[in-house]
Design a protein. Structure first.
Length: 392
């Protein structure tokens, strides 16, 4: 039988071996959901990310767990509030864009990973205020014009779109820069990261490995931009099956002869690679048209016409976008002794002694996404409607 969780309350003096007093920088919270208690706190030595221990009250012992998702780095203190399938962690003295994290303990993603890994699983997901436009997946055979069309979008709407930088084991082309066009990666490293659940999707394409990391997509959305993914049909199929909702567009060439001409004129592939890509093109076009994965099929014959059609699909024809769509940020002066959950809202700083303009309501009623990516749809409101509660 294991010992029930013993917590070190915030600020409690800790005896060190030589009896000197040591202010404990971090502390732990214990939150029970179902028959498990989740003890959160203290930095995990190796990674200095926040540690999670699970005590199974039914078994009366601590259980091992796999911790998935992007882990929060250690922080000096937090409040923990339990929802039915996750724990909301509100950081103490947070940075404006790093205040809320979710420890998922019984979400669909956790249950799915528990089946795959055959062990207890918890998954971290960073909370982000507001929601984002659905990402745009663009697929099509090599040489059809995907990159050209995407560059035109990014040039005309730089504040609106961001490109998901894929990982690949392919060698860079003359003009390609690492971290801009691709993360050019060793196969063994990429395979390791795939095993660690860091990729939303990956596929072997034209003899090389390509993949979209969760971070690549989330970093674009964190910047308040709409994410564009240039991925092959296999990748589009995986994204369609994932929790990431997106718009799927397949670009077709006007003919195979024109596709071959473009590929040759581009001059970036050897003859052997051109032949391989043309062979693959036939089946890709077939899948693009008949698989049901794609919401739209665009023919890239005349470039400008195709670009106008693409903008129309994305609701951008003749649409003037205000240049500044600054991200909403909130600074959360949080007093950790006065956090209260009422249904799907969390009242922060409700202590009547705290001045009203620091009373905050966190609305969790329209959460989207979640591990292994971000949890979006948070809504913070400074609210004097916080109920003045007496704390004894
Ligand atoms: N599944 C998947 N495919 C990708 C990814 N990045 C690029 N691709 C696809 O890999 C194929 C080859 O890409 P690339 O070597 O850049 O050649 P290109 O199509 O001629 O530009 C294209 O169909 C891309 O859409 C990715 O992250 N995942
Ligand atoms: N509509 C078009 N007409 C003629 N050439 C095009 C058209 N669209 C793209 N191209 C050219 O075809 C080549 C392949 O385009 P690219 O964007 O690299 O394709 P992808 O990214 O799909 O492999 C490039 O040299 C590009 O300038």
């Amino acid at each position: 039988m294991g010992e029930a969780p013993k917590l070190i309350p915030h600020g409690q003096q800790n005896e060190t071996s030589n009896g000197s007093k040591l202010e404990d920088e971090t502390f732990e919270t214990a939150t029970t959901i179902g028959d498990k208690t989740y003890v959160i706190g203290r930095a995990d030595d190796e990674t200095s990310s926040i540690n999670v221990r699970i005590f199974d009250k039914r078994l009366g012992e601590w259980v091992n767990r796999a911790v998935l998702g992007t882990k929060p780095m250690s922080f000096e203190g937090h409040s923990a509030v339990s929802l039915k399938d996750r724990i909301v962690i509100l950081k103490k003295n947070p940075k404006p864009d790093d205040h809320t994290w979710f420890l998922e303990v019984d979400t669909q993603y956790v249950r799915q990973q528990q089946k795959v890994l055959g062990t207890e699983v918890v998954a971290w997901s960073k909370g982000v205020i507001g929601s984002v436009e659905k990402p745009v997946v663009i697929s099509g055979p090599s040489g059809v014009g995907k990159g050209t069309l995407i560059s035109m979008l990014m040039k005309e709407f730089p504040w609106m779109f961001g490109f998901s930088v894929s990982h690949t084991t392919r060698a860079p082309r003359a003009m390609e820069k690492d971290g801009i066009h691709y993360h050019f990666t060793e196969k063994s490293i990429m395979e390791e990261e795939i095993k660690d659940g860091k990729f939303l999707e990956f596929a072997s394409v034209h003899g090389n490995l390509y993949g979209t990391s969760v971070e690549a997509v989330e970093l674009v959305s964190d910047a308040g931009k709409r994410c564009i993914l240039d991925i092959d049909v296999q990748g589009a199929r995986s994204v369609r099956a994932s929790s990431l909702e997106a718009i799927f567009i397949f670009i077709c060439p006007p003919s195979m002869e024109e596709l071959e001409k473009r590929l040759r004129d581009r001059g970036t592939e050897t003859e052997e690679q051109i032949q391989k890509r043309l062979r693959n093109a036939q089946s890709e076009i077939e899948q693009g048209k008949s698989s049901g994965i794609f919401d739209f099929i665009l023919y890239n014959d005349k470039l400008e016409e195709c670009y106008e059609s693409l903008k129309k699909l994305l609701g951008l024809d003749g649409y003037v976008i205000p240049p500044s769509n600054s991200k909403r940020e909130i600074s959360l002066p949080m007093d950790h002794h006065s956090v209260l959950k009422i249904e799907d809202k969390i009242l922060i700083n409700c202590n009547p002694l705290i001045e009203s303009n620091n009373k905050i309501m966190l609305d969790l009623s329209s959460l989207e996404g979640g591990a292994p990516g971000r949890t979006r749809g948070l809504d913070f409101r400074y609210s004097t409607e916080c109920i003045n509660l007496t704390f004894n």
